[in-house]
Design a binder for this molecule. Structure first.
Ligand code: PAF
Length: 285
């Protein structure tokens, strides 16, 4: 079922709640792929009534970014959503979400001020704002996010806690293609040769994992090796590479417990992100 109006969505969800159903919610920007499907399948299993939103949110793109080029395929997405068992697709227009005179944004400190937040100023303000709006529209629910957008998931969790939202957040592992490339709607922009070069992100993360398993504990050394791998791809340009605490995203110099290794790399005109949680204990086992 496709719903475009907030009032209609609310009516349907009130009825579902009256029937005692729990609500699962998978927010997306469309161009659905296996990464989204894994979230949808989990939501399907764990909740009774499943809503997926498809909304390419203008406020999380800077004027210089790829809002206009972001892949859109509502018809294809609706078919896929129905096949996989989504009960309702909420696909509002920009005007429905951002009415004339819109002036209220959600701004989070600290967690948003590094990694993707540094290279994409305003991005997390747009994400926090639209996710707040979506949670207010959908109401109490279990909401599903992918680990690929790790920083986003940390920001959303913090926001839900800070603003007392009645939403349970579930974060599920990154889905990869058979050669390791993380699923992303932006992979569609890659040429054949860029698609090959894009593997450098995963290879750099695997190198980090191997180094930690071999006993390396200095983040600086790990990042140096990761840089060498990415430098081997001619059209790659590093945006950032970090080893950070998975909770507060602060830099870690010496690895003692689990860390998040994350990177953003431009492959030609396409910016890709990826990450891995790496733990010295697990690697030593
Ligand atoms: O991860 C995404 O697709 C988007 O950032 C989200 C959470 C749907 C908000 O627009």
């Amino acid at each position: 079922m496709l719903v475009k109006k907030i009032s209609e969505l609310r009516k349907i969800l009130s009825q579902a709640r009256r029937e005692g159903k729990t609500i699962g919610f998978v927010p997306t920007m469309g161009a659905l792929h296996e990464g989204h499907f894994s979230l949808i399948r989990a939501a399907r299993q764990e909740t009774d009534f499943l809503v997926t939103s498809i909304f390419v949110n203008p406020t999380q793109f800077a004027p210089s970014e790829d809002f206009a080029q972001y892949p859109r395929d509502l018809e294809g997405d609706l078919k896929k959503a129905e096949e996989i068992g989504v009960d309702l697709v909420f696909a509002p227009s920009a005007e429905e979400m951002y009415t004339e005179g819109f002036a209220t944004y959600v701004w989070q400190e600290r967690l948003t001020e590094r990694m993707c937040g540094l290279s994409r100023p305003g991005f997390f303000r747009g994400v926090a704002t639209v996710v707040t709006k979506l949670f207010n529209i959908v109401g109490p629910c279990v909401a599903y996010f992918g680990q690929k957008d790790y920083q986003q998931s940390v920001v959303v969790r913090r926001m839900v806690r800070d603003l007392n939202m009645e939403v349970e957040i579930r974060v599920l592992p990154t889905v990869r293609q058979s050669d390791g490339l993380a699923m992303s709607s932006r992979n569609k922009h890659l040429s054949e040769s860029e698609r090959q070069e894009a593997l450098c992100l995963y290879q750099a993360l695997k190198e980090a994992e191997a180094l930690v398993a071999a006993g390396e504990r200095k983040s600086e050394k790990i990042i140096e090796k990761m840089r060498e791998i990415v430098a081997g791809a001619p059209s790659a340009r590093i945006d950032y590479m970090v080893v950070v605490d998975p909770e507060n995203l602060e830099d870690i110099e010496t690895i003692e417990g689990e860390v998040l290794v994350a990177l953003a790399v431009w492959i030609g005109k396409t910016r890709l992100i990826d990450n891995m949680l790496i733990s010295p204990e697990k690697s030593e086992a």
